[in-house]
Design a binder for this molecule. Structure first.
Ligand code: SAM
Length: 289
């Protein structure tokens, strides 16, 4: 039995698409990663809203598809968005971004919400997504993870952003650019010490690579081999390290410079695997000097 939306149903080319918005993922490098369903929906839609008509034009040309292209981003005039949403009452409109899954650090959030508010049907055609590809390739713990978008470019903002994420006990996933990689690795080394990091670069492309290690090793490598291309940066969860009481004192003293004793104890407990209550008692002693 075939249910609505199953592949065998959606691949009948003659059947026109129902009106509405279709969010379609496109490849992040290797054009072979376009899905059969994405091709089918692109063939049968009445137009494509995209970030850059040249980029999407090239993809459609490669697929042998010709459709009207409309430039769209979430900063487009409200009037233009309203017109686009209105058109979806009678037409099937596809939303794509330059690469990967729309709405993941890409436009579409406002469009999808306007469609929902107007009762326009929204359908997703999933596919490539750099953050998820990087997570799989890295082999870092992925039972839970937190995707945190791009790290801020400014030093202070980046540090504060990472400090906020420090208590999160999962793998952290960031979008990164090659010119900023070294600075980001350095700040991660300072704010999230002892955590394993993975740099997943040029995913699905000719020079795909994934390097894993501690930040100082990665910094040394990328100083010697300046990175090029697109990057997903991942930070593994805190791993307890073997620590003596003397080590714990050093870590506590460091943490107490910016944190309350209870917070310092929690952080050092996570880093060392030592008992949090004992660390708290020691933090109080250190604070009272
Ligand atoms: N929506 C896209 C997705 O689902 O993959 C992400 C768009 S975001 C504007 C662009 C960022 O995605 C890049 O700066 C990089 O961090 C990551 N990215 C995109 N393609 C990549 C690739 N082939 N390899 C590694 N990272 C990639």
């Amino acid at each position: 039995m075939v249910h609505e939306g199953q592949v065998s149903d959606t691949l009948i080319p003659e059947q026109s698409l129902d009106p509405g918005l279709y969010i379609v993922a496109t490849p992040i490098g290797n054009l072979g990663d376009i899905t059969l369903r994405a091709i089918d929906v692109l063939k049968r839609c009445e137009g494509v809203a995209c970030e850059d008509t040249r980029v999407t034009g090239k993809l459609l040309k490669h697929l042998g598809i010709s459709k009207p292209l409309w430039r769209y981003d979430d900063h487009s005039e409200h009037r233009d968005r309203t017109r686009l949403v209105d058109s979806m009452r009678t037409r099937a409109v596809v939303l794509v971004s330059d690469a990967g899954t729309p709405l993941v650090s890409d436009p579409g959030y406002r469009l999808v919400n306007d469609c929902r508010a107007e009762g326009i049907p929204v359908t997703v055609v999933p596919g490539a997504c750099a953050a998820i590809a990087g997570l799989s390739l890295s082999g870092l713990p992925n039972d839970r993870f937190l995707f945190a978008g791009f790290l801020p470019g400014k030093d202070k903002a980046r540090r504060e952003f990472l400090e906020e994420l420090a208590p999160v006990d999962t793998t952290l996933v960031f979008h990164e650019t090659s010119p900023r990689l070294l600075k980001s690795l350095e700040t991660i080394g300072e704010v999230l010490p002892h955590r394993e990091v993975a740099v997943a670069r040029e995913l699905t492309k000719l020079h795909e690579e994934c390097r894993r290690g501690l930040t100082h090793g990665l910094v040394a490598y990328y100083e010697a081999h300046p990175p090029k291309g697109e990057i997903v940066l991942l930070v593994g969860p805190p791993v307890p390290i073997e620590a003596s009481e003397a080590d714990a004192d050093i870590l506590l003293a460091e943490a107490l410079q910016t944190l309350k004793p209870s917070q310092a104890a929690s952080r050092v407990a996570k880093e060392t695997g030592l008992d949090r209550k004992q660390l708290y008692a020691r933090a109080m002693e250190l604070r009272e000097g």
